[in-house]
Design a protein around this ligand. Sequence first.
Ligand SMILES: [Zn+2]
Ligand SMILES: [Zn+2]
Length: 369
Amino acid sequence: MMDKRLISIYLPFTHLMSLTLCPKCGAETKRLYKNVCRKCFLENFTLAVLPLVLHARICSRCNARFDRNKWRDEGDLEDIVIRTVEDELFVHEEADDVDIVMEPRELTPHLYKVKVEIDAMVEGEPLHQELVTEVRIIREACDRCSRMSGGYFEAILQIRAANRMVTPEEIDACKLICADMVEKLWKKGGRFAFITDCIDSKDGADIYLGSANAGRQICKAVVSEIGGTFSESPTLYGHKDGKDLYRITFSMRLPEFMPGDIILYKGSVIEIRNSGKNSKGIYLATGARFLVETEKLDGAIRIANRDDAVGAVLVAVEGDDIMVLDPTTYQTITLKKPMFFSSEAGDEIPVISTEQGLFALPEDSAHRL
Ligand SMILES: [Zn+2]
Ligand SMILES: [Zn+2]
């Protein structure tokens, strides 16, 4: 506030700056705010409103919040309290540069007191307002948690292998892919992406899932990481609101032959490098590439694995041929030079001994198919 002396000194000048009268209260004013003086303007202007009591519906198990007809994950309890206030706080639309500070205070596990301070510019004037509200916490079970605790499932994922048993390592690998995918889908908002149950059987494993989409995504991930194929078949299990409800069984078939397996197929010895819808590999006798639809591999048999390879001394390299010392007979034999071969005479190279003879294996890093 100016003191009286200053006002009397400057009065002539302020008169020159044209003082106007407030049409509402009659006071003299330098400028009008929405056609009235500052005092009259502020009497009728409310910067922000907030109900005195708010309610937040929260899942007592996972802290999800029920908001706009949906359960969502919105962080810890304090974040939810702040979000609840934000959703109900109304700030006047003519306010600019709005700055809101909230101070939530836990009174009991069911009750928060929140102090809200709002600073903003209105009609070029800085305004400040303080509000207080209480947020009452209502705890219940969310859609996800109630389905999980009720043993709900929408899909069964059956992990099997074609013409063989699934190994415990493969079951572990599939379970890991399953857990990762469920976590990923949940974080993206897939509320029913969860594992209900996991049952090992003698020929594989059955995984029960809360959502059919999760089952499909897991199968796709298994195919891309391990190989194999899958099919799905729905079974009607009930009706709800006039709609048929289906459960889907996903039959995941891991490939009969895995990368590193050495097979005999139509008289040729082949190292398998990749197994999916197609099987890819290398003919060990010629180094040529092998490619066939996996389901046409019927009749192929696994005769060895890259892990069975032994070391043999390379005697010489001549053009497309190499000479190695047979590790069992100690005779020098001539073999076809594998693709991507960089060893020199004197080196030890991996060879595999089969009923069809001795074969040099291509370098393991040569996954260039
Ligand atoms: Zn006035
Ligand atoms: Zn929950």
